[in-house]
Design a protein around this ligand. Structure first.
Ligand code: 5GP
Ligand code: MG
Length: 172
């Protein structure tokens, strides 16, 4: 594994998830929630979060990638896989691992709006507002963080680190 230092502990993540789940249970009371998990990064977060929810949940998966030009996102987002069906007139919550420039989320907003849901909201585990290029404000945020490259709890560096139980900052 790459050298890293713990940034957000397992206990801090779990405590935040309990609060987020309570908020979602309240906001979607009496409704069925269609969750769209954005692969691969959000898989761990979504798996833990849905087991804290009491409202009925339908789970969908979508895989997108934004091609990078050096360190910066090129702005071109590609859809690789979708299990999304029948979202028309449904309540939809898109869940992402991390909101950085906003380019991926901007694409997802357009893509999901076309499915004509009754409501559409966005939840991210981590938000790096300093890095934003497109003005997007998620409806639910796990943790707001400064401009660090983080791994763990679903997030990778060259595909490794997703299975860490905490969120860590990569060290040289
Ligand atoms: P955006 O399109 O908002 O610039 O980028 C979102 C995507 O970039 C995330 O879904 C994630 O895949 C990747 N990303 C952005 N910041 C980080 C980070 O700190 N760590 C990891 N592992 N991925 C990141
Ligand atoms: Mg991602």
């Amino acid at each position: 594994m790459y050298k890293h230092r713990v940034f957000i502990t397992e206990d801090q993540i779990q405590a935040r998830l309990v609060a987020l789940a309570e908020q979602l249970d309240r906001d979607y009371a009496g409704r069925t929630l269609n969750i769209v998990c954005i692969l691969k990064g959000a898989a761990v977060f979504v798996a833990d979060l849905i087991r804290l929810l009491h409202i009925p949940v339908i789970l969908h998966f979508l895989k997108v990638s934004s091609y990078t030009d050096g360190a910066e996102s090129s702005g071109t987002v590609h859809l690789h896989f979708s299990s999304v069906t029948d979202l028309e007139a449904r309540h939809v919550l898109v869940i992402e691992d991390i909101l950085d420039t906003g380019i991926t989320m901007d694409y997802l907003i357009k893509h999901m709006t076309a499915t004509k849901p009754a409501s559409l909201r966005y939840c991210v585990l981590l938000d790096k507002p300093e890095r934003r290029k497109i003005d997007i404000r998620p409806d639910y945020v796990g943790f707001e963080i400064a401009d660090y490259f983080v791994i763990g709890y679903g997030l990778d560096y060259n595909e490794l680190g997703r299975n860490l139980r905490y969120i860590a900052i990569l060290e040289e």
